[in-house]
Design a protein around this ligand. Structure first.
Ligand SMILES: Cc1cc2nc3c(=O)[nH]c(=O)nc-3n(C[C@H](O)[C@H](O)[C@H](O)COP(=O)(O)OP(=O)(O)OC[C@H]3O[C@@H](n4cnc5c(N)ncnc54)[C@H](O)[C@@H]3O)c2cc1C
Length: 307
């Protein structure tokens, strides 16, 4: 690599244009890019440093990034970093902060008065408990029923805020006065993370199993920010991870039987794997069977067992 190309600051022109732009998320949250380091070019630069080849033609860079992504050659992606300013309800932040590889600095409600804003829920946005997934939701309450819960939410948030402000007015320390603020209260943070770990975060939090609120933030970060910042890496991530399908060794055996036209054999395998156990003559729920069922359907294959 020639000395100059190693010294020039690598810029992401599409991201430069939106530095400081505010993407609104939920009713009062946001995501902003404060600063960044590197871009697709930095990934290539790092990957090529070992043999001093410098940056090649764009199509070769694309091929290299896609190769690195496919083969989980991860450290070149750590050469890119991004610093975000986010405003998030505390319950969502609680999930977000579980990602330990970021550097975080959060608004302090010990030091400052808590942000006077809590996330509100529209009458038509109260989600119902899923009967199939204990951690998930399915469908929503009718808006005419949801309206009552939206009103109660407003009452609860107003009461909690009033009690908090009464405590402050009485001279109670902010660190203690805050204890009964609801988890819907917004907080703000600076959040800095490298691209490799950010993609890991996005893989988990853009997934349909993630809660809708954090998914809303992850979707903005992925589709609006990473897409502009490292477009080649972003496309490779979508192609090889986010929208890809992983098959277990068991599923591969089943698919081999099915592609040979042996539906009975595929079903026998599923029985051997314990996917078709029954109780009182009824098929028992089995997550692995259901996951395999969905994968087969995604591949356009008719599964030889019910979901
Ligand atoms: C849909 C969903 C449901 C969840 N449900 C629950 C739940 O019910 N209860 C709950 O407590 N959590 C839950 N979580 C949180 C989850 O278990 C993880 O803590 C969170 O997603 C962070 O993932 P991570 O550890 O891979 O990521 P990060 O903390 O961002 O770490 C990235 C990677 O770095 C490595 N790493 C980081 N720290 C260490 C370490 N100390 N040791 C070894 N390797 C490390 C690991 O390879 C890790 O994958 C849920 C998450 C999701 C997405």
């Amino acid at each position: 690599m020639d000395d100059q190309s190693a010294l020039d600051r690598i810029k992401a022109p599409e991201l430069e244009r939106v530095l400081g732009h505010t993407w609104r998320v939920l009713d009062d949250g946001f995501v902003r890019v404060v600063d960044y380091l590197g871009s697709d070019q930095a990934i290539v630069q790092a990957a090529r440093v070992s043999y001093g080849a410098g940056t090649k033609a764009v199509h070769e860079d694309t091929g290299l990034i896609r190769y690195l992504m496919r083969h989980r050659h991860t450290t070149p992606f750590e050469m890119c970093e991004i610093k975000l300013h986010v405003r998030v309800p505390m319950d969502t932040w609680r999930q977000w902060i579980r990602h330990r590889t970021a550097s975080t600095n959060e608004y302090s409600t010990r030091y400052s008065i808590a942000i006077d804003q809590a996330a509100r829920t529209d009458p038509g946005a109260w989600r119902l408990q899923s009967s199939r997934n204990r951690q998930g939701s399915a469908g929503v309450l009718p808006a005419e029923v949801g309206g009552r819960f939206t009103e109660r939410e407003a009452e609860l948030q107003a009461l909690a805020r009033n009690v908090y402000e009464e405590r402050l007015a009485a001279g109670i320390a902010r660190e203690q006065a805050r204890k009964d603020l609801p988890l819907s209260t917004y907080t703000e943070a600076y959040w800095k993370i490298d691209l490799y770990n950010l993609l890991h975060f996005l893989g988990l939090r853009m997934d349909e199993h993630a809660q809708a609120e954090i998914r809303a933030y992850a979707t903005v970060i992925g589709n609006e920010i990473v897409r502009r910042w490292c477009p080649i890496a972003w496309q490779a991530f979508k192609d090889y991870h986010l929208n890809s399908l992983t098959l277990s060794a068991l599923e591969i055996q089943v698919i081999r039987r099915l592609s040979g036209g042996d539906r009975d054999g595929a079903r026998r395998l599923a029985e051997e794997f314990g996917w078709l156990a029954t109780r009182d003559g009824k098929l028992r729920r089995n997550r692995e069977r259901a996951e395999a069922w969905r994968k087969l359907r995604d591949l356009g294959i008719d599964p030889p067992w019910p979901e």
